[in-house]
Ligand binder design. Sequence first.
Ligand SMILES: Cc1cc2nc3c(=O)[nH]c(=O)nc-3n(C[C@H](O)[C@H](O)[C@H](O)COP(=O)(O)O)c2cc1C
Length: 214
Amino acid sequence: MLGRHSIRGFQSKSVPDALLKEVFELAQWSPSGTNQQPWQVYVASGETLERLRAEFVRRTKEKVPANPDYKGKGRLKDPWKARRRDCAKVLYDAMGIEWEDMDGRSQAAFRNFEMFDAPHVAFLGMDGSMSTSAAADVGMYAQTLMLSLSAHGLASCAQGTMGHYPDLVRETFAIDQDIKILFGISFGYEDKSHPANLARTVRATLAENVVFMA
Ligand SMILES: Cc1cc2nc3c(=O)[nH]c(=O)nc-3n(C[C@H](O)[C@H](O)[C@H](O)COP(=O)(O)O)c2cc1C
């Protein structure tokens, strides 16, 4: 658990097919409500990923509006807003970007659409008829998958930004329109020389999140 961190700089080297299968086989053991296993996972590699990456980059550069299947609900309040700011600051500090450097910050954000040079991206979705509880199951799957990746010496970064253009993902994988995309996970081998990978987030004290009552 403590060995996993979000990694935002990958080597170009692909993960061998046998290892990929082992990692994803293990993630299948994630729990879900009444064992429905609502996660639908689409893993892009090789030419498929390069085409997707180029199109994500093009749309972002040309400011094509994001059209996520699941939209945020209004403005973020504290303490969550402050935690989001702290998380960004940790990344900018690692990359040597000043808080006031808006260009530097947008370049760092743009790295999302280059998928941090990852050789693989898993897009996580579920049937649109399903509700919040299924989305929670997909989230649980995501953590199980990231821990499975870690346990196999692989690095990852969950990316909400991979939900910006779900139409593109559906088109690429010829997915039914009923399948909605929640987010993506870039993964592969860490590029240990990339400064972004020095970023380490913290966590709130236990008392802020957990109540024990006997
Ligand atoms: C659902 C989800 C979406 C995320 N989206 C992004 C993203 O779009 N870009 C990014 O750089 N990091 C993203 N992250 C990574 C978080 O910023 C990161 O998990 C958090 O700051 C805690 O840091 P850690 O993963 O190193 O422990 C996402 C994480 C999750 C779980």
